[in-house]
Design a protein around this ligand. Structure first.
Ligand SMILES: Nc1ncnc2c1ncn2[C@@H]1O[C@H](COP(=O)(O)OP(=O)(O)OP(=O)(O)O)[C@@H](O)[C@H]1O
Ligand SMILES: [Mg+2]
Length: 372
């Protein structure tokens, strides 16, 4: 009897007959397989070319995660995970370069990028439930198997950067966005909160720069629905969100105010302050922190936010427009929920800045033309 040890690249099986045969036979026997690159797998197949049973040990050069298909369609898919794209407080995000499927008896690889969020099984599945309702995420059914303690949530992969990546190295002398792009992005973020979350009856409850992706074609996608809950429902979790963007009603010390859309508006205000380089006068901190830090932040959240405007992005803006922007940030982040601006109020204010800038440009152009 032959015994072989083989290294298999699951993304190359279309060109590698032996790898295709071995991996195909293995997945037929173990449909809900999760293959890890640091493990070896042993099996045997009958080889017609050798006319005998072959024992083999193989190792996959990429991680492979099975997933179910939408609408209870038959058959499974196998996502080929090639790199980690993010680590958060509660799990890892992976990039899938494509997937495997059986066409008849033959295993076939197809290129199709996706993102996979890996989370501990012991965590509830509500993130999956809420994410499934968000159309732009294109969520596939959740994968879980007896082989691991993790769930895998597969979704569309967005080419772009999260807002934190966009602004972290940016200074007013070295801006990545023009003033008009920054104004438009501010409107797009606000409207995304409205259209992608609130209009679907949801609260996000963890809006922050890392959870906003700006795609290469400048579309805003809000991700990470771990803390989401329905508008008007009783609080899903006592403590949720990220301290630097949390209003007072998101802390469990608060028993006065319910969580409403205004809770998200506060967080989006804090996030936009970051985009405009206005720093709240509070030290930044990690998302998971001790009780004393929570109490400190709760005290801050009970007061209206004071911003340090030293590095405020005012390139090419009139002093009136700078004041209007600061006013918007302060009104979105008022301590008392009822006093906070709605998304519509903030968008209206920004649109008026845009309109006045356009009139200003037209005025300059026409006075130049007049001189000619
Ligand atoms: N669908 C996606 N396409 C591209 N990049 C993504 C996608 N989903 C997540 N990312 C990247 O991975 C990072 C972390 O994702 P996410 O916020 O969902 O996880 P997390 O912070 O670990 O969440 P949680 O705290 O709920 O565990 C994001 O900031 C983003 O840069
Ligand atoms: Mg996140």
């Amino acid at each position: 009897m032959l015994h072989k040890t083989i290294k298999i690249d699951p993304a190359s099986i279309n060109e590698d007959k032996v790898a295709r045969e071995i991996l195909g036979a293995f997945l037929k026997k173990n449909p809900d397989a999760i293959l890890c690159t640091d493990l070896t797998y042993t099996d045997s197949i009958f080889s017609h070319s050798h006319n005998q049973q072959i024992n083999y040990t193989f190792q996959s050069s990429k991680n492979v995660v099975f997933r179910r298909r939408k609408d209870q369609r038959a058959g499974l898919r196998y996502e080929i995970v090639d790199k980690c794209i993010g680590f958060g407080a509660n799990g890892a995000i992976w990039h899938s370069m494509g997937n495997l499927k059986f066409v008849g008896d033959t295993l076939v690889f197809k290129t199709k990028e996706r993102a996979i969020k890996q989370t501990e099984r012991k965590r509830n599945n509500e993130e999956y439930t809420y994410s499934s309702g968000i159309r732009h995420l294109h969520i596939k059914p959740l994968s879980y198997s007896k082989f691991t303690k993790y769930n895998f949530m597969t979704m569309k992969f967005f080419h772009g950067l999260n807002l934190h990546q966009i602004i972290k190295d940016e200074t007013t002398d070295n801006p990545l966005l023009t003033t008009d792009q920054r104004l438009q992005l501010t409107i797009d973020i606000l409207e995304a909160v409205q259209k992608q979350i609130h209009d679907h009856g949801l609260l996000h409850l963890d809006i922050k720069a890392e959870n906003i992706i700006v795609t290469d074609d400048k579309k805003v996608k809000i991700i990470d629905y771990f803390y989401s809950q329905k508008i008007g429902a009783s609080n899903r979790m006592d403590f949720c969100g990220t301290l630097i963007t949390m209003p007072q009603e998101q802390f469990h010390f608060d028993k006065i105010y319910p969580r409403t859309v205004k809770t998200d508006n506060y967080a989006v205000g804090k996030t936009l302050a970051e985009l405009w380089h206005a720093n709240p006068l509070v030290n930044k901190t990690k998302p998971v922190v001790g009780l004393s830090e929570q109490i400190t932040f709760f005290r801050y959240a009970k007061k209206n936010t004071e911003y340090d405007y030293t590095n405020f992005f005012s390139n090419g803006l009139s002093s009136e427009h700078v004041e209007q922007l600061k006013n918007m940030l302060e009104n979105l982040t008022r301590a008392i929920p009822d006093e906070r601006w709605s998304i519509q109020q903030a968008v209206a204010s920004l649109r008026s800045i845009q309109a006045e800038r356009n009139i200003g440009i037209r005025h300059q152009l026409s006075s130049k033309t007049a001189r000619i």
